[in-house]
Design a protein around this ligand. Structure first.
Ligand code: NAD
Length: 283
């Protein structure tokens, strides 16, 4: 009997948007470890190239950095051309670019009598510009790269798309309505697209990470002065049955599992990787 492995991934070409970020880097390392060829497509090309060089040196895998803005179709098409030239046809796409921003964040979690006099700290004070940017980055920034980077998969009638959702997609967290709504839309789109592409050989799934300390949430979960948890950070730990934040490496198993032919009958699902957060009722 042939042992079950991730060998089918060896030599496969993957594009990962936002791949220079904290979570993206862990995913790139996982893919490099099984011999995949990876293009880190990021709005920040210097960081992408630096990351690519480091991981290539550590792993002997082929990893390149490419400039791409997930909100700009022309930039994605240019990136695709470069990837095709340097690595060949694209087999796999990970939509990793995303995140929240302070301009789309309310200052208070819930309104009370005191906040009636400080509406700027509530839902009523949200700036539409910040809201639109966060919603677009997470939702349109998943949809557009999928249109561009699945073209080779469509031609070959085989491919995998992996979206990065969030715990916010199941139950919105306080303060970040644009991010929550966009990630809920990513789950819905994951199901929609999985159905749409099921008969042409492209699988579409998502991972919903729990809580990891990264650039996008550091300002919310850590106390700048003490370096310890903010009250919100402590609340997250208290509501995660494993009692801790995750390490980006904790996402590697679910990533390879969903990319590999091991899961060739799996499409349209969202896997939580969250230390039990989504299973816990809080009491
Ligand atoms: P990060 O900020 O470390 O990385 C995000 C990367 O995306 C950066 O390299 C950035 O340059 C890139 N990027 C930003 N805008 C872009 C654009 N327009 N085009 C191309 N690239 C762009 O964040 P992260 O925590 O590693 O987030 C990765 C994904 O995981 C995001 O979708 C995020 O929403 C999701 N996520 C994170 C957490 C968490 O706890 N950190 C939890 C759940 C989901």
């Amino acid at each position: 009997m042939t042992p079950i492995s991730f060998n089918d991934l060896n030599g496969k070409v993957c594009v990962i948007t936002g791949g220079a970020g904290v979570i993206g880097t862990a995913m790139v390392k996982a893919m490099a470890s099984v011999g995949m060829k990876i293009a880190i497509a990021d709005i920040n090309p210097e960081t992408a190239q630096k990351m690519a060089n480091e991981i290539a040196a550590e792993s002997n895998a082929t990893v390149i950095g490419v400039e791409a803005n997930v909100l700009d179709k022309a930039s994605l098409e240019k990136a695709r051309q470069i990837i095709n030239e340097k690595l060949g046809e694209i087999d796999i796409l990970i939509n990793g670019a995303g995140g929240n921003h302070p301009t789309a964040t309310t200052k208070v979690e819930q309104m009370d009598e005191a906040s009636i006099d400080h509406l700027e700290e509530t839902f009523y004070g949200l700036e539409m510009d910040g809201f639109d940017k966060v919603f677009a980055l997470n939702f349109k920034g998943t949809l557009l790269p999928t249109m561009v980077f699945t073209q080779d998969m469509l031609k070959n009638r085989k491919g995998v798309v992996l979206n990065i959702s969030s715990m916010n997609s199941y139950k919105p967290l306080t303060k970040i309505p644009a991010y929550s709504a966009a990630k809920a839309a990513v789950n819905n789109f994951t199901e929609w697209l999985a159905v749409h592409l099921a008969k042409v050989g492209i699988r579409v799934n998502a991972i919903a990470p729990g809580f990891f300390i990264t650039n996008q949430n550091r300002f919310l979960v850590l106390d700048e002065k003490t370096g310890g948890f903010s009250p919100r950070g402590q609340k997250i730990v208290n509501n995660t049955p494993m009692g801790k934040f995750g390490e980006p490496e904790d996402l590697q198993g679910a990533t390879l599992f969903l990319l590999s032919d091991i899961s060739s009958f799996i499409t349209g699902i969202v896997i939580p990787v969250d230390g039990g957060y989504s299973a816990f009722g809080g009491v």
